[in-house]
Structure formats: C-alpha cells, structure tokens
Design a protein around this ligand. Structure first.
Ligand code: PMP
Length: 418
C-alpha cells in the first residue's frame, strides 16, 4: 500500500486527530485519550497492550466483539449490503421482532441510523400529529446533535442559548414516591403554560427514561406523570430509550418497567452492537398522518447488514438472558457502592436500576481526578449530572458479579490513596 502517513501511536495520533478533525469540536474521553484497538466481552485493550475493564460502554450491551455479531455481519456483507429501498427479509423481521417486544398499541417501526435521527423523525411525526411546534424536556437533557435535537439538549446549551420553542421541567431529584406522579404532571403543565403565553404549544414531551444526563434518576411515577401531563397538554409523550433500552434497566424497555405507554419510543446506541442503526416505534395512525403529506426515506436506515447486526443483538439478549442478569449484577454493584459510601463521606447518594449506577461525589473529591485515577487502575467509567459530579457506571450488560467486584475494589483503592 502507499499510505503517506506512517502509523503513529500515542500522542502523535492524538495531535493528528486534533489537526484534521476539528480539535475542541470533537473531544475524546480522558486526559490522555485511549487508543483502543481491541475488545472482548467486558474488556478493551489499547495499542500498548494495556487492558481495561469497561464500566461505561452502552454500545456494547452484549459485550465487545461478540462472535455471533461478527459472524452475522460478515455473512451478510458477503451476500449484499445496499440502501433501504428494496424488500429485505432481515429488515422486515427486525421490525417484527422489535414490535413483538412492545405493547400492542405500538405497531409501527421506522428505522434510522442514529438516536439523533430517531428523535428528529419523532419530532416530524409529533408536529404533524398535534399541530404544535414546541417541545417540553428536562432541564439537563440530551437528545441529539442535529440543529433541532441540539435545541432539545438543554444539558449542552451555552448560557446565551434558550430556544423559544422549548420548555423545561426539573428532573425527579429527591422526590418522594407518593408525590412523583403529581410533580411531573404539574411541571409539564407549568412549562406548557409558559409556552402558551408565548403563543406556542407543545407537540412533544420527551425524556430519557433513566434521566442519565441529569445524574441517573430512575423514577416510575415521574415518567407516568410526564405521560399524563403530555396528554393534557395535547402533546405526544416520547420515551427516549437510546440509553435506557435494550436491557439496561434489568428489563428490555425502561418505559414498560415504569408502567408507561408512550406514543413514541426512540432506540439507538446498543441496537446494532456498534453498527449504526436506530428506530422510532409508534402507532400506525401517527405514521399515517406524516405519510399524508411526506414520505420518509434514509439511505442507510436499516441496511441488510445493520439488520443482521440488530437481529443478532436481540438473539443474544434473549439467549443469554442478559436483562435478568444485568438486574442481579447491578444490585450487587449498588450495594457495594452503598457500603463504600457508608464509610466515606466523599461518596453521596447511590442511584440506579438494572445495570447502571450513579454515585454523587462530594467534598474535596474532584470528579475528573477520580475518573482519571480509575483509568490508572484499569477501569473506564464516566461522569454525568448537571455539574458532572456524579460518577456514572454503565457497563456492558455481560458484566458478572466478579466484574462488579473488580470495579468496587478499584474504586476503593482510588479513594484510599486520594
Ligand atoms: N438520546 C439519548 C438519551 C442519548 O444519550 C443520545 C446519545 N448520547 C442520543 C439520544 C443521540 O444518539 P446518537 O448519538 O446516536 O445520535
């Protein structure tokens, strides 16, 4: 081959990336970004052969480099990969299998290539259905990277940016269970009132069903209240399951676990085990309303290869009973975290459900430093919450109890030395 660049590792690669890929526009994780070249199940390794326990990756819910995905994708690639305007049995089967896991009312599956595009398409569906042009979201939400979905990502707004068509509600932090339904309903009503007084009305009330960017706040009643509030406001309720879906919560879908029936569900991240694919699940009548005036087509939205990957993810989740296992391992993790927090004032509240956990960090601990120290211990975690002061543990769902124990031991060592 005649590649003009010699392979450069470590800092050289980082500088080349910054030079040609927009520098601060596309940041990476960790002070010394990792040059990850391989992964297997719950482990990843870098170019220098260092191995890390993955405590953060939501794309790899079934574990890294699952052989069944590699096999299915490779077979399909040898047969055909093309755009989404032909009939293809794998693509249709994927829609049918996904819908079979959903409540009967949700009978329509539209494919996209990302979570962003799924939310963007949901917006089109909702505005056509309701006639509204506004949205109501949580105060520190993240829903995507296009112009419209970035407007719905309050967590990323610069101080001088508050889109007029977007109302916000405070997430369910510190709410007693008995007041959660009413609080959510009232908060949606208040946001709707503000939009009304500005001459707008909401088409969509949407929430990440685990409130991950808010600091991980699972709250069944609050989600129920949001859907009631949406209906009262004449808006559709969208459950964004891009982070929370695919078994993360200990059940396949977090909205179902919370006892909510959304009008629209959006899916992404783990859906194709890294192969880009997302989906909008809704009712046929809502899709028909958009179809009365438009058509929807996106070249790569469920290609045969993407469908092969996504079908395999569903197979593996089922065959390996992954959601059920995630629930058990997550409980073990959170009880270990609570034990650590019980004897260390730097750790505050521990939250989560299924295999996701948030731990508030307090006092002299600098969240970034703690995260970096964990990397030094060979553990990849993240930070979340309005001020980035919540340690976020969101591993592949194939973690076993022993991996939770490895994580807890590493966190214990970091706290002991810092
Ligand atoms: N919704 C939520 C809740 C997300 O976490 C993300 C991605 N972080 C998105 C939507 C956007 O998905 P994508 O990055 O695939 O466009």
């Amino acid at each position: 081959t005649s590649r003009s660049h010699p392979p450069v590792t470590g800092d050289g690669l980082r500088e080349r990336r910054a030079a040609v890929m927009g520098g601060p526009l596309s940041p990476l994780f960790y002070r010394a970004p990792l040059d990850i070249v391989g992964g297997q199940d719950v482990w990843v390794h870098d170019r220098d052969g260092r191995t890390y326990l993955d405590a953060y990756n939501n794309v790899a819910v079934i574990g890294h480099a699952h052989p069944a995905v590699a096999q299915a994708v490779s077979l399909q690639l040898r047969q055909l990969d093309t755009h989404s305007r032909y009939l293809h049995d794998g693509v249709v089967e994927l829609a049918e299998r996904l819908l079979a896991t959903m409540p009967a009312e949700l009978d329509t599956c539209l494919f996209t290539t990302s979570g962003t595009e799924a939310n963007e398409l949901a917006w089109r569906l909702a505005t056509e259905w309701t006639g509204g042009t506004a949205a109501v979201i949580a105060e520190h939400a993240y829903h995507g990277s296009t112009k419209w979905t970035a407007d719905l990502s309050s967590n990323e707004w610069p101080p001088d940016h508050r889109p007029e068509h977007v109302g916000t509600f405070a997430a369910p932090r510190g709410l007693a269970p008995e007041v959660a339904v009413g609080a959510a309903r009232d908060r949606v009503a208040a946001a709707t009132e503000l939009l009304r007084s500005a001459g707008d009305r909401p088409a969509l009330v949407l929430a990440d069903t685990l409130f991950t960017s808010e600091g991980i706040l699972p709250d069944d009643g609050f989600l129920q209240g949001l859907s009631i509030g949406a209906r009262k406001a004449g808006a559709l309720f969208l459950a964004d399951e891009v982070q929370a879906g695919y078994g993360r919560s200990g059940q396949l879908w977090r909205f179902a676990q919370a006892g909510v029936l959304p009008d629209i569900v959006t899916l992404g991240k783990p859906m194709g085990a890294g192969h880009p694919i997302g989906a909008v699940i809704t009712r046929r009548e809502i899709a028909d309303r958009l179809a009365a005036r438009y058509e929807y087509f996106s070249t790569f939205a469920a290609t045969p290869v993407a469908a092969a990957a996504a079908l395999t993810v569903l197979d593996v989740l089922e065959a390996e009973r992954i959601p059920e296992r995630a629930a058990v391992v997550g409980e073990h993790l959170r009880s270990g975290l609570r034990a650590l927090a019980g004897s260390d004032a730097r750790l505050g509240e521990v939250r989560g459900v299924g295999l996701i956990a948030g731990v508030d960090l307090r006092g002299p601990v600098v969240p970034r430093n703690l995260l970096e120290a964990l990397v030094g211990e060979g553990v990849l975690a993240g930070l979340t919450g309005p001020t980035g002061a919540t340690l976020k543990i969101r591993p592949p769902l194939t973690w076993r109890v022993e991996h939770a124990d490895l994580f807890l031991a590493a966190l214990g060592r970091v706290l002991a030395t810092g």
